[in-house]
Each structure stands twice: as C-alpha cells, then as structure tokens.
Design a protein around this ligand. Structure first.
Ligand SMILES: *Cc1c(COP(=O)(O)O)cnc(C)c1O
Length: 224
C-alpha cells in the first residue's frame, strides 16, 4: 500500500467513527488506539506519519521492542493485553500512557506495590467481562463496582480512569449490544470514570453508539 492509499483507507475509518459518534451527540468525542500487535515498528511509523499517535500492544516484550525502535517519535503507548505479574517491572519501566486491563485485585495490589516502591503512578482501567465469557478475563459485572472502589481505596498509585471491555464473541448483534450496554451502565455508575474503552474492528460502531469513547482498532487498520 502506498502512503496515499493508506491515508485514504484511514480516512474512511475516521468517517465511520465520525458518523457513529454523531449518532450519539455532537459532543461525543471518540479516541482511536491503534492495536499494533499484528505489525512491526515500521508499519507503526507509517501510521504515525498519517496522523495516528496512540498505539496499543498486548505483549510487554513486543511493546518494549517497538518503543525502543520508535524512540524518536512522540507516541502514546497503551497496554491492552493480559498482564502477567512477572511482567509488571518491565511494563512499568516503559512508562505506558494507560493500562487497559486491570483484571484482578491481586494484579492491582501487585502493581500498586511496585509503583509505590518506585515512586511512580500509573493510569489504568478496570476490565469487565460483560459478555460473561469464560475465555475472557475481567471482573464480572456484579463484582465490578465493589472491586473498582476497593482498588481506588487500597491502591493509590493506580490512578483509575474508567472501564475496559471486549464485546461478546458472536455474530448476534443483540448479544454484542447487550454486553456493551452492561459496560456503559457500569461506566456511568462509576464516580470519576472518564474513559470507556470498548469496540474493536468488527464492532466499533455499535460500541460507540452504546457509549464507548475509546476504540481499539487492529485488523481494520493494519490487515488489508
Ligand atoms: C487485538 C486487540 C484489539 C484489536 O482487535 P481487532 O479485532 O484486530 O481490531 C483490541 N483489543 C484488544 C485487547 C486486543 O487484544
């Protein structure tokens, strides 16, 4: 793909986001995080050149390699994958902009402990399993509120900003919509939450219509 073709493709995605957000209301702003796990540093550089600044990785080691190679660019890095406790130190050394996937109290406490020790803070979202799928991590919708409050109280170095969820894995729109609506409702009930991270390549318009203000797009951006 030439740069021009890539720019045109990117523009069509932005137009789709624009139409979806206007169906919510004029003031509903949606951020794009490019899920760059499928591509190498040069493809990230190419997308940056046409205007994308926030990138998300789901493996700490891959993120480290790409950050090192792209040090010269003012990129904003998001960690969107499952975080294993033995990767916490490496992740913190990378100073990510936002961790999307705090999925257990155990992980929250482990993160807080290291952060306090290093005199750092970290912006983070709490992941909810609104689709009730066993393959997905995250708190159940029933326990979410209580656990979010506990993290705020007990883990002061984690600066919670909101909620993250992955839509139901199915072709049934109603089921996906239901999972997004559960997430949105929890988001609205969470004091101080400003980020509702939901929506991927196959369901981002629906996610936006259900209240998402951050979409994580991978295959749509990079696999074409
Ligand atoms: C890969 C990934 C995405 C992007 O998925 P696509 O369907 O390729 O857009 C979003 N969120 C998470 C957590 C991911 O791992």
């Amino acid at each position: 793909m030439t740069t021009l073709e890539q720019k045109l493709h990117f523009d069509t995605i932005i137009e789709r986001i624009e139409r979806a957000r206007l169906r919510v209301n004029d003031h509903h702003i949606v951020k794009i995080v490019a899920a760059s796990k499928y591509v190498d540093a040069e493809a990230i550089r190419a997308l940056y050149t046409i205007g994308q600044r926030a990138f998300g990785e789901n493996k700490v080691q891959d993120m480290k390699v790409k950050i090192d190679l792209l040090e010269d660019l003012p990129l904003e890095w998001h960690f969107i994958g499952n975080l294993q406790k033995n990767k916490i130190n490496t992740l913190l050394s990378l100073n990510p902009h936002l961790l999307h996937s705090v999925d257990s109290l155990d992980l929250a406490h482990a993160l807080n402990e290291r952060l306090v020790r290093e005199g750092k803070t970290l912006r983070a979202l709490v992941q909810v399993n609104s689709a009730y799928e066993e393959s997905k991590s995250g708190f159940s919708p029933e326990e979410f509120g209580e656990c979010y409050s506990q993290i705020v109280e007990q883990c002061p170095a984690l600066h919670l900003q909101g909620i993250m969820s992955i839509g139901a894995h199915t072709d049934e729109i109603k089921t996906i919509q239901k999972s997004f609506e559960i997430t949105r409702s929890l988001f609205e009930q969470t004091k101080g939450a400003t980020i509702c991270s939901m929506g991927m390549s196959n369901d981002f318009e629906l996610a936006i219509e259900c209240g998402s203000n951050l979409v994580r797009l991978g295959s749509l951006l990079f696999k074409h």
